[in-house]
Design a protein around this ligand. Structure first.
Ligand code: FMN
Length: 344
């Protein structure tokens, strides 16, 4: 039996296997109302049928101007919540656990007329200039996070991931490159963490399920200018103390620049492994992990506890069935006998 395809218990969540569908925006909300469509039911339902342990729904915005584009999902009204409830029930009905990534795009909200950000620094020449958030804006966005997470909880999710990576609003606050505030939300690492901390503590008070945070552990900048690995380990420890159940470790997205680190299969795993050394909660790895043998190696060596699959699951819906064949794991059975006949 492989570790990859065998059940696992992590805090507040029992999964049939260690394969997690990574959150991926589909930009399929053509009506621009933030509401789940038949596309989302088929898209996520198919991954549940393929027995993904945990299906994480794409970045879903807490407010209209928190969307990356107007075709994103949102979770600020009853209609959005009602349709999410149906999607969650559908995913769970096939035996997968259902999660959602809750997000605010900050200065990367391309369709917002005046996006919000910790400081008035645009992402690039082609992005709108953001407005540096007042204390009242900070309070409003924090309340929007809490309200969206309450809606997610009411819709029946097993897991919520707060999007603290890829240069969206939470990661903008964490970074000294983008957060140049002079008040209690900027300056020292502790101050830059404050905006995230207040959200985590408030969400934790009401959400009883598994609460995750995604982080980018490098911005491809020179050491000394960006948060160091030691800084991220400190943030990981604070997040654990504040009630986060699992850390999902990614990289990049903060600045308008291509990765300067070498890109190879599993290239982000060393960052997950570094975080694992600092915390006692589970850590999830993501990024070019299409090869099942590599996934098994990461789990067996303890570099990470869970494996997120992104593009591989877009490309190959039944990735798990193929992984079972490749890993010679006879314990994995496909959804039904007919699907089983497809495994060879
Ligand atoms: C189409 C697409 C949309 C994405 N949208 C999101 C998103 O909504 N939230 C997020 O944290 N990452 C997003 N990502 C990044 C993926 O979750 C994942 O971290 C990345 O693709 C690397 O993993 P992979 O090599 O398995 O694809 C997206 C990636 C793709 C390809």
């Amino acid at each position: 039996m492989s570790k990859l395809l065998s059940p696992v218990e992590i805090p507040k969540l029992t999964l049939a296997n260690r394969v997690v569908m990574s959150p991926m925006c589909m930009y399929e909300v053509k009506k621009e109302d933030g509401v789940i469509t038949p596309f989302h039911l088929v898209h996520y339902g198919a991954r549940a049928l393929s027995k993904v342990g945990l299906v994480v729904i794409e970045a879903t915005a807490v407010a209209p101007d928190g969307r990356i584009t107007n075709q994103d999902l949102g979770l600020w009204n009853d209609q959005q919540q009602n349709e999410l409830t149906k999607l969650i029930a559908l995913i769970q009905s096939f035996g997968s656990k259902a999660g959602i990534q809750i997000s605010h795009a900050g200065r990367k909200a391309t369709d917002a007329i005046t996006p919000l950000a910790p400081s008035a620094l645009a992402f690039s020449d082609t992005y709108p200039m953001p407005h540096d958030m007042t204390l009242s804006d900070i309070n409003n966005v924090q309340e929007a996070f809490v309200a969206a997470c309450k809606r997610a909880a009411a819709s029946g999710v097993d897991m919520i991931e707060l999007h603290g990576a890829h240069g969206y609003l939470l990661s903008q606050f964490l970074s000294p490159l983008v957060n140049q505030r002079k008040d209690q939300y900027g300056g020292s690492l502790e101050n830059r963490y404050r905006f995230v901390k207040e959200i985590v503590v408030a969400v934790r008070a009401s959400f009883k399920g598994s609460l995750w945070m995604r982080l980018s552990l490098t911005d491809f900048e020179d050491e000394g200018r960006q948060n160091s690995i030691a800084d991220w380990q400190q943030i990981g420890q604070w997040l654990e103390a504040d009630g986060i159940d699992c850390l999902d470790v990614s990289t990049g997205g903060l600045l308008d620049k291509k990765p300067t680190i070498p890109i190879y299969d599993g290239y982000q795993v060393p960052y997950a492994a570094a975080m694992k050394q600092a915390v006692s909660i589970p850590v999830a790895a993501v990024g070019l992990l299409d090869n099942p043998a590599l996934c098994e190696h990461i789990l067996q060596t303890g570099e990470a506890d869970l494996i997120l699959q992104g593009r591989s699951l877009l490309n190959q819906v039944n990735w798990l069935a193929q992984a079972a064949v490749d890993l010679h794991d006879p314990t994995f059975t496909a959804y039904n006998g007919s699907y089983q006949r497809g495994m060879k």
